[in-house]
Design a protein around this ligand. Structure first.
Ligand code: ADP
Ligand code: MG
Length: 290
């Protein structure tokens, strides 16, 4: 297997202040020991309810934040070891599509400049060729050529997300992390954006982590699924297998759209190990641990 991105035992802890009347602070284990491997050219869907740590994991994988502990490898190289110029060069390989396409775009830059920025920084093209690339990217994401000289506020939510996608694609990354790319959009445009992302996957062969809080969104774009609960991966399997036969009670709840407030009490005291069930299936659950 050709693994483009590998994460080992990633943790990210935050200090959460207890409040005015209580002293000291407690620790929020936003990401609590995550192992992931992304196969080149494939899409890994990462699902779990709001607050389970998906965006934190994404930010750590992007190195927008340093993990508390753990290791990240891109193309087999230690991503956390890069500094300075080498880090800037390496960053080109992994790009992000954000949940809120408005706050992630610079309101003072035209769409053309936004897309051209990465192309120039990473010296992917120069002179006239920069603009040619920008125009080709606009076409690829379904925006008219006239978008080039407009500003983000002149577009709808769906169109802004297309701009965000073009910006991510501009540097020809190996990996794209899409963090709930349709959650902030009107239901009527969600399918269009998901279809655009699917077309791009097929056309470019980019490897992708697609994050969502519901399984329906990731079903048609993901080869494998990782289900996250309270900072941990509780189930990992091929997408079809998860839909055919979910093993973890939390996954079953997600599939049925039932809120699963608590899993078994025993899990909070003694965390079960992630065990292999059959081929290419992993589950972290006492019901499957013995
Ligand atoms: P998700 O993307 O799955 O909704 P997040 O990664 O945003 O979850 O958050 C996971 C947990 O970490 C939440 O409890 C959240 O409040 C906490 N958290 C995230 N970022 C910070 C931060 N910068 N400081 C403190 N706590 C944070
Ligand atoms: Mg999030």
């Amino acid at each position: 297997m050709d693994i483009v991105l590998k994460a080992e035992r990633i943790t990210k802890y935050y200090r959460a202040w207890a409040g005015v009347f209580r002293r000291g602070s407690s620790i929020v284990k936003a990401v609590d020991g995550v192992d992931l491997a992304l196969e080149r050219g494939k899409t890994l869907g990462l699902v779990g309810e709001s607050g389970c740590g998906k965006s934190t994991l994404a930010r750590v994988l992007m190195r927008l934040e340093e993990p508390t502990s753990g290791r990240i490898y891109i193309d087999g190289e230690d991503f956390l070891a890069f500094r300075g110029k080498a880090l800037r060069r390496e960053r080109r390989k992994i790009q992000m599509i954000f949940q809120d396409p408005y706050s992630s775009l610079n309101p003072r830059l035209t769409v053309g400049s936004t897309i051209a920025e990465g192309i120039k920084i990473h010296k992917i093209a120069k002179g006239k060729e920069v603009r040619e690339r920008v125009m080709a990217l606009l076409a690829k994401v379904g925006l008219p050529p006239s978008a080039e000289n407009k500003f983000p506020h002149e577009f709808s939510g769906g169109q802004r997300q297309r701009i965000g996608i073009a910006r991510a694609l501009a540097v020809e990354p190996e990996i794209i992390i899409a963090d709930e790319p349709v959650s902030a959009l009107d239901v009527s445009v969600r399918a269009q954006i998901i279809n655009l992302i699917k077309d791009i996957q097929e056309e470019t062969g980019v490897s992708m982590i697609f994050i969502a809080h519901d399984l329906g969104v990731v079903k048609n774009v993901s080869d494998t699924l990782a289900v996250m609960y309270l900072g941990k991966i509780v189930e990992l399997a091929e997408t079809d297998a998860i839909f055919r036969e979910p093993l973890h009670p939390y996954t079953k709840g997600l599939l049925a759209s039932i809120p699963v407030a608590e899993v078994m009490e025993r899990c909070t005291k003694e965390p079960p190990r992630l065990v292999e069930i059959g081929s290419n299936r992993l589950v972290r659950c006492w019901l499957h641990n013995e």
